[in-house]
Write a protein that binds this ligand. Structure first.
Ligand code: IPE
Ligand code: IPE
Ligand code: MG
Length: 228
């Protein structure tokens, strides 16, 4: 059976998970990180080659400062803690998003962990941080202008996105049941298969990922053509 090469996930529902247990929202984010650990490992085992996780959007700055600060520090801590494991596992890390909004020390930390894994090629993990697809496109167009590109093709535009060089996601998963894209990878998901589950991200398990993949395997991808 065909394993999707690139899987992208909108990891949603941490807050609702916490509220359901009468816990502060940040506890949901803590549990969400545990799910990230599991899913990275399972995705690699299953044979997925690129995993893109939406961790913080350009719109998430609207949240209370205390939630933003805790969430960002949990994410940075997670990446630092996992660095050695990722290096050994042959995982390469790429951060998608506008890092200029972050304090210099966070940027330094992120650059450092990415550098440590730069030689790895077996499995690519993209973490979308302060990511918004519209911001990504504006950034790409500005870069193209800087490079004097006046007549871009679709390939040129793709090559200026944060996902440059990577094939588009085959499968896009969203947890927690919301039927929207929330400014994620607008360009790259043009032909991705979409799978939405009601399961909240902290409750999302290996089995849920396997179910999403088996749903993907039942889809008939036509890319605008006709099959047989
Ligand atoms: C997803 O969970 C994590 C981020 C968006 C950072 P939420 O925090 O959005 O959880 P809900 O949607 O409020 O339940
Ligand atoms: C999408 O979730 C962003 C991330 C998962 C990082 P949100 O919870 O921010 O999205 P909306 O507000 O429900 O669209
Ligand atoms: Mg949400």
């Amino acid at each position: 059976m065909l394993i999707p090469w690139h899987v992208a996930i909108i990891m949603d529902g941490n807050g609702r998970w916490a509220v359901k247990q009468s816990l502060p929202r940040i506890w949901g984010h803590k549990r969400g990180i545990e799910t990230v650990k599991t899913i990275v490992q399972v995705a690699d085992t299953i044979g997925i080659k690129i995993l893109t996780l939406y961790a913080f959007s350009t719109e998430n700055w609207k949240r209370p400062k205390i939630e933003i600060d805790s969430l960002l520090s949990l994410l940075v801590q997670f990446l630092k803690n996992e660095t050695n494991k990722f290096i050994k596992a042959g995982i390469r890390l790429r951060i998608l998003g506008d890092l200029s909004k972050f304090p210099q020390e966070i940027r330094d930390e992120l650059n450092k962990v990415c550098m440590f894994m730069a030689k790895n090629t077996r499995f690519e993990l993209n973490i979308a941080l302060n990511y918004g697809a519209r911001q990504e496109l504006v950034h790409a167009f500005k870069e193209m202008l800087k490079h004097g590109i006046k007549n871009p093709t679709e390939q040129t535009i793709s090559s200026f996105l944060y996902t440059a060089g990577q094939p588009d996601p085959d499968l896009l998963i969203r947890t927690s049941g919301e039927l929207r894209i929330s400014n994620f990878l607008l360009w790259q998901i043009a032909y991705s298969e979409i799978y939405v589950t009601d399961t909240l991200w902290p409750d999302f398990t290996e089995n849920d990922l396997r179910i999403a993949i088996s749903e993907f395997q039942k889809r008939e991808r036509r890319f605008g053509g006709v099959n047989k």
